[in-house]
Design a protein. Structure first.
Length: 330
């Protein structure tokens, strides 16, 4: 149970996106008093997307699902402190606490994004130009990591499809590829070949155009913290968290399916699609449940809830995969 009733929010989906439904910033600040418990759980080396849940599972694995388990109901928000201190951003190290410790060296301004490939409008665009394409929206989304934990975060950002349409993709644009900054001066983790840098992700173009896909610029009413992917990251709520690429510097429209970092590294473990699917086990662990890090005083008490197909967004996105064998296209 969360510290306050006001921490429960409805998971908001378009078209109902009133900013007023997002819990105001003072509420997140008030939760600071709950910091300090159990935040230093031991971390496994290379436990990022390459390893199972990190052992913070004090909650019994069989614990009953919480009120927030069903799709679309009222769910508690993850505390700002947890969302910004328990991260995966391998460019700053592979431990969950590394991004918060080391990402201050990232310089999110000035920032520009190269748009290339199969589109009529290509080039290098200052971030400000991208932000002017369409109005920012508030979207509270669940995000589930393939490692077995999930968070509920109020994001601010631009609908990805609206941004992409601005560049007028040609009929040959079948996929969209995203690339993260790879600057060893700003990113100490690049010294280690944990990933074949730069970090890359991709979506099929109809997935990228789906109204739920967000190009996030902020969270909890503030600009994105560096550790969460400042100044621009993807949030694709029906896919495992690793598809949500951070600190994007390049967007390419491509005819061929683009390589993606985790798929390149471990193709048998991480497919291109990576839709949240409780029926498709990761080769080394089950994907049937998740530790919901939200509203609790400590991650140690996070409750285990059943994982939902497409992370609970099936009604909106299942049609994208009609006729596909999702065991094969995992
Ligand atoms: N983007 C980059 N560039 N580098 C990364 O290591 N990690 C991914 C994804 N985006 C990652 C990344 C993984 S594994 C997850 S679970 C999410 O970011 C975590 O986002 P969060 O730290 O904001 O919760």
């Amino acid at each position: 149970m969360g510290p306050a009733g006001d921490a429960r929010v409805k998971i908001i989906l378009p078209p109902e996106l009133p900013a007023s439904q997002i819990t105001p910033e003072p509420v997140y600040r008030a939760r600071r008093q709950l910091m300090g418990l159990g935040l230093a759980s031991p971390l496994l080396a290379l436990a990022g997307c390459a390893g199972a849940d990190d052992g913070g599972d004090a909650a019994a694995p069989g614990a009953p699902a919480g009120a927030g388990a069903a799709g679309g109901g009222a769910e508690e928000l993850t505390r700002f402190e947890d969302a910004t201190s328990y991260n995966n951003f391998y460019e700053f190290g592979t431990a969950k606490t590394d991004p918060a410790r080391y990402a201050s060296s990232l310089e999110p301004a000035p920032w520009s994004v190269v748009v290339g490939g199969e589109a009529e409008l290509t080039g290098t665009f200052p971030l400000e130009d991208l932000l002017a394409i369409t109005a920012a929206q508030d979207r509270t989304y669940r995000l589930r990591c393939v490692e077995g934990w999930s968070m509920v975060i109020p994001w601010q950002g631009l609908p990805l499809g609206e941004v992409l349409r601005h560049f007028k993709p040609t009929s040959r644009a079948k996929y969209v590829a995203f690339t993260t900054l790879a600057d060893p001066r700003q990113m100490p983790g690049l010294r280690y070949p944990s990933i074949n840098w730069p970090y890359r992700e991709g979506l099929r173009i109809d997935e990228a155009m789906h109204p739920l896909a967000l190009l996030a610029t902020g969270m909890y009413g503030k600009p994105l913290p560096n550790q969460n992917g400042a100044p621009l990251r993807l949030v694709v709520p029906w896919k495992y968290g690793f598809k949500s690429i951070k600190s994007i510097i390049r967007i390419d429209f491509t005819e061929a399916m683009p390589p993606t970092s985790w798929n390149q590294l471990q193709p048998e473990e991480y497919g291109f699609y990576s839709n949240v699917n409780p029926d498709v086990d990761h080769p080394r662990w089950s994907q049937r449940s998740e530790r919901r890090i939200a509203g609790t005083a400590s991650k140690l008490f996070a409750e285990r809830i059943p994982t939902l197909p497409f992370n609970g967004y099936g009604e909106q996105v299942a049609g994208l995969y009609a006729g596909m064998d999702l065991r094969k296209w995992f």
